[in-house]
Design a protein around this ligand. Structure first.
Ligand code: 5GP
Ligand code: MN
Length: 338
C-alpha cells in the first residue's frame, strides 16, 4: 500500500464514518476472515461498521467471532440495503470486480461514497478510490494484517481478530503450503498465535466437520475422476443428481478439486459442478507450477482468480462442458505435456 493511500485511509478514519464491509459472493475462509477482522478493528476504533455478505456461506466458517453480526444480502435484504444506503465508506475485500458480488453489484454501483479495496487477485478494476491490491499476497487476511500495521496498530490486534486472520491465511494457503507462502507469512501467523489465535482449534473447526454425506459425495467425486496422463490433467464431474443423492450442503465440495493434484505427475486439476437452479456448471481450476489457470479460466470460462487457483462457469451441459474442456487441452500441449 503506498503512502498516499495510507494517508487517505488515515484521513477517512479520523472522522466518524458509517462503514460497510463487503466480501465476494459465496465467501470463503479468507473472505469471511478478512471482513470480520477488519470489522472488529474498525469497531474497536470507535467506528460504526457492518459486514454485508452477498449470500450465505458454509457452516464451517460460522464460528468466527462477529459472525452473528454479518448481514446476508439475500436473506436480510431490506436491513442490508438500509446499511448500504447510509454508508459513508465501503470496504471491498477479497475481490476486485463488482461482478463478483452478484445482486449487490447494482446497489453498490449507485453509491458515490469512497471505496477502499483490499485484495490479492489479478487485474483489478478501477471502482475504488483507495486501492491496496497485491497479487503476491497469500490472502486478503495477510493484507488486512499489513493494513493494520500500516496504520501503526499491530498492537491493537485482539484474539478475535487473530482468529479471523489466521483462518483466512490458513485456508488460502492450503495450510501454509502454496507457492505464495513466504517467511513473512509465517512471521505474521506466528504473531497471530502469540496474539491469541487458537490455531489447533481453528484447523479442527474448519477441516474436521465432515458429515457422512460429504464423505460419500467425496467418494463419488473421486470415482468420477478422469485422468488424462498425456496432458498431466485430472478432472472431476458432479451432477445435480449426485449432489442430491448425498444431500449436498453449501461448502461440501470445498477442496475436492485438490485431490487431482495429489496424483503423481498431475499438474492441472479441475472440478465441474452442475447447478440446476442457476442453470450453470460451476468450475474450479487448480495447477502446480507455471501453467496459469487464471488465464485459462479467463480465456474460456468467464472466470479468473490466481495463477494456480481460479474459478469460472459454463452454460453448456455437464457432459458438453467436460468434452469442450478436453478439446482445449491440446492448445496448451507445450505447457501441459511432460
Ligand atoms: P474457487 O475455485 O475456490 O471457487 O476459487 C478459486 C479462486 O478463483 C478464488 O480466488 C476465487 O476468488 C476465484 N474465482 C472463483 N470463481 C470465479 C469467477 O467466476 N470469476 C472470477 N473472476 N474469479 C473466480
Ligand atoms: Mn482470498
Amino acid at each position: 500500500m503506498n503512502l498516499e493511500s495510507i494517508k487517505a485511509v488515515q484521513q477517512l478514519l479520523s472522522q466518524p464514518q458509517k462503514i460497510v464491509i463487503v466480501p465476494h459472493k459465496n465467501p470463503d475462509g479468507d473472505a469471511v476472515g478478512s471482513t470480520l477482522a477488519l470489522y472488529h478493528y474498525l469497531i474497536n476504533r470507535g467506528q460504526e461498521a457492518v459486514v454485508v455478505a452477498p449470500n450465505d456461506y458454509p457452516k464451517f466458517l460460522k464460528w468466527m467471532p462477529g459472525n452473528e453480526n454479518i448481514l446476508n444480502f439475500e436473506k436480510q435484504n431490506s436491513q442490508a440495503k438500509e446499511k448500504i444506503a447510509e454508508a459513508t465508506v465501503v470496504f471491498t475485500l477479497d475481490f476486485n470486480h463488482l461482478g463478483r458480488i452478484g445482486q449487490m453489484q447494482s446497489v453498490l454501483e449507485d453509491l458515490t461514497v469512497p471505496f477502499v479495496m483490499i485484495d490479492h487477485h489479478q487485474a483489478p478494476s478501477d471502482y475504488a478510490e483507495i486501492m491496496y491490491s497485491d497479487v503476491s499476497m497469500t490472502s486478503t487476511c495477510e493484507m488486512v494484517y499489513n493494513f493494520i500495521e500500516f496504520l501503526g496498530d499491530v498492537d491493537k490486534i485482539t484474539s478475535e481478530m487473530a482468529d479471523c486472520l489466521y483462518t483466512g491465511i490458513m485456508t488460502d494457503t492450503g495450510s501454509f503450503k502454496f507457492r505464495s507462502t513466504t517467511g513473512r507469512t509465517h512471521r505474521v501467523v506466528a504473531d497471530l498465535i502469540d496474539k491469541g489465535a487458537e490455531n489447533t482449534q481453528i484447523h479442527h473447526r474448519v477441516y474436521d466437520t465432515n458429515t457422512p454425506g460429504r464423505l460419500h459425495l467425496l467418494g463419488c467425486a473421486l470415482k468420477n475422476m478422469v485422468i488424462i496422463d498425456k496432458y498431466r490433467t485430472a478432472y472431476i464431474t458432479l451432477s445435480q443428481e449426485e449432489l442430491d443423492t448425498y444431500e449436498y450442503q453449501k461448502g461440501d465440495t470445498e477442496g475436492f478439486v485438490n485431490y487431482g493434484l495429489t496424483l503423481e505427475g498431475i499438474i492441472f486439476a479441475v472440478i465441474f459442478i452442475e447447478n440446476k437452479e442457476e442453470g450453470i456448471i460451476k468450475i474450479s481450476f487448480r495447477s502446480i507450477g507455471e501453467f496459469s489457470v487464471n488465464e485459462f479460466a479467463r480465456a474460456y470460462f468467464e472466470g479468473g482468480g490466481h495463477d494456480n487457483a481460479a474459478g469460472g462457469k459454463s452454460d453448456r451441459s455437464l457432459k458438453e462442458t467436460a468434452l469442450y474442456f478436453e478439446s482445449l487441452l491440446e492448445n496448451y500441449q507445450d505447457q501441459l505435456q511432460a
